[in-house]
Design a protein around this ligand. Structure first.
Ligand code: PGA
Length: 273
């Protein structure tokens, strides 16, 4: 059986910063977050991947892309394929709610992106999350389960359950709004995500699937989520552009990583940090 789930902090810079500034910012974040027990990932815009990758060499901080094209190659103007990302990134965000909203990405399309990640050796961070009306209507869990099934059914038609998968639970109403989910609600959703993964054939009943929380995470709020044993870290947007914020977030994550390691409990246990 596998070991404990890692504690992961991924920064999604979105469409911010210029390539000329990206290396400096990445270096400063790496220097301020020297906790190797936390899996640290920075996801800059495509045009900054090379400079960020170079800046982070030897730092232990990994690089992720913010998206990947669902096709392997061809006449797709503006597209970036998984193969093109080899050597520049080891992770890729797929299905972010901003792309679902702005580019009309569907679960099936997102599933194809996950397939490309798997083929290309990129670890996918699959984003799911309900709209406010779904949360208020008591349909949040159903909405997220549907997103997962929609994407993963495509993935499972192409191969086995991807063991490298990470899921980020990001309630849409919490992204960029300064409003976060409650830790307990996010934990309940993480449990529902693992249960759905288990139904779809995830190994060990989904207990090894890392689930992150995302949505207005800051150094002040991250502790509420990390205190939940079901939650393995955070996907951080706005705060990931600030060195001090990332320092605080990763330092807090390191406390959780150490406590979970020391307790040595099964990932599905109920002891938290
Ligand atoms: P936010 O973004 O932290 O700025 O709310 C999170 C995300 O979209 O991943």
């Amino acid at each position: 059986m596998g070991g404990m789930r890692p504690v992961i902090i991924a920064g999604n810079w979105k469409m911010n910063g210029l390539p000329a500034e990206a290396g400096q910012l990445a270096l400063a974040i790496a220097a301020a977050t020297r906790y190797p027990e936390v899996t640290r990932i920075l996801c800059p815009p495509f045009v900054s991947l090379a400079i960020v990758d170079a800046a982070l060499a030897g730092s232990g901080v990994a690089v992720g892309a913010q998206d990947v094209h669902p096709e392997a190659a061809g006449a797709y103007t503006g597209g970036v394929s998984a193969a093109m990302l080899a050597g520049l990134a080891t992770w890729a965000i797929v299905g972010h709610s901003e792309r679902r909203r702005d580019q009309g990405e569907t679960d099936a399309l997102i599933g194809r992106k996950v397939v490309r990640c798997v083929e290309g050796g990129l670890r996918p961070i699959l984003c799911v999350g309900e709209q406010l009306a779904e949360r208020e209507g008591g349909r949040a869990e159903d909405a997220v389960r549907e997103q997962l099934r929609g994407a993963l059914s495509v993935v499972l038609a192409a191969g086995p359950f991807p063991t490298d998968l990470v899921v980020a639970y990001e309630p849409v109403w919490a992204i960029g709004t300064g409003r976060t989910a409650r830790g307990a609600d996010a934990a309940a959703m993480a449990d529902a995500i693992r249960a759905t993964a288990a139904e779809l054939g995830a190994p060990v009943g989904g207990s090894e699937l890392p689930v992150l929380y995302g949505g207005s995470v800051t150094s002040a709020s991250v502790g509420e989520f990390l205190a939940e044993p079901s939650i393995d870290g955070a996907l951080v947007g706005g705060a990931s552009l600030k060195v001090d914020e990332m320092a605080g977030i990763v330092a807090r994550a390191a406390v959780t990583a150490a406590a979970r390691h020391a307790s040595g409990t099964h990932p599905a246990s109920t002891t938290g940090a």
